[in-house]
Design a protein around this ligand. Structure first.
Ligand code: FPP
Length: 240
């Protein structure tokens, strides 16, 4: 990436279109998810290469429980497989894993693998790879509100403490800057309950290609387009 252009610190990706990618090829949906993992490996590698600080991947939403049990199982297995096979590489490349979402309802083996990945990469200070799993923006906000009420009831906080920054301390993304750019492939133009609080002023980038076809070159294109955006955050440009 050209270092003179405006680079995002945090890119968040909705990895959509795996199922349609597979169906179009007459393959079972799980093959689409497998191909999706290959695409995400390439994007993680490219993110490291360009020195991106934060990459967030939407791996499983709170609404994805509506899928057939076998597909849910396949997705969880793929996640575990990915963490097992990539952990040494992630460690060697200074990548740190963060989990967004409430992982408590997941299968014990998945929780163990996720916690292991977080612990083993905690000291790394390169790319921070946030994996959103059993994540929903509305659920995250409700959990944050509950956490605040709990602390107020315990006398650890009071209503007057609540402002934007205080509230953010109760979100899964505590300490993580808001995404600068959200990428959604697959031809859908929606947010699907992803990082609802955090993306208030994020730039959005859509593409028609299905996630398994998403390449480092397309990622670069999204970053180039981002660099041309004029972010005003509700204000006016100084040259206007
Ligand atoms: C959306 O495509 C994709 C998902 C719900 C799951 C994404 C998960 C992975 C790529 C694998 C596991 C994750 C990691 C981080 C290793 P879709 O199935 O909704 O596609 P469709 O809209 O075409 O049906």
């Amino acid at each position: 990436m050209d270092s003179t252009i405006k680079n995002p610190r945090h890119v968040a990706v909705i990895m959509d279109g795996n199922g349609r990618w597979a169906t179009k090829r007459g393959l079972p949906r799980v093959q689409g998810h497998r191909a999706g993992v290959l695409a995400l490996r390439e994007i993680v590698k490219h993110s490291r290469k360009i020195g991106l600080e934060y990459l967030t991947l939407y791996a499983f939403s709170t609404e994805n429980w509506k899928r057939p049990p076998q597909e849910i199982k396949n997705l969880m297995n793929l996640l575990v497989e990915y963490l097992k096979s990539e952990i040494n590489d992630l460690k060697a490349n200074n990548v740190s894993i963060r989990i967004l979402g409430d992982i408590s309802p997941l299968h014990a083996a998945v929780i163990t693998q996720l916690n292991k990945a977080v612990e083993e990469t905690a000291a790394n200070n390169g790319l921070i790879l946030c994996v959103a799993i059993n994540y929903g923006g509305r659920d995250e906000i409700i959990r944050a509100v509950k956490g605040i009420v709990r602390d107020i009831n315990a006398g650890k906080a009071c209503i007057e403490d609540i402002d934007h920054s205080f509230f953010e301390g109760y979100l899964d993304t505590k300490g993580i800057p808001h995404p600068d750019l959200v990428i959604r492939p697959s031809g859908e133009f929606r947010i699907s309950n992803f990082l609802l609080w955090q993306i208030a002023y994020s730039e959005l980038w859509f593409s028609n290609c299905y996630w398994p076809d998403f390449t480092a070159r397309m990622f670069e294109k999204a970053l180039e387009d981002y660099a041309k955006r004029d972010r005003r955050y509700g204000g006016v440009n100084s040259v206007d």
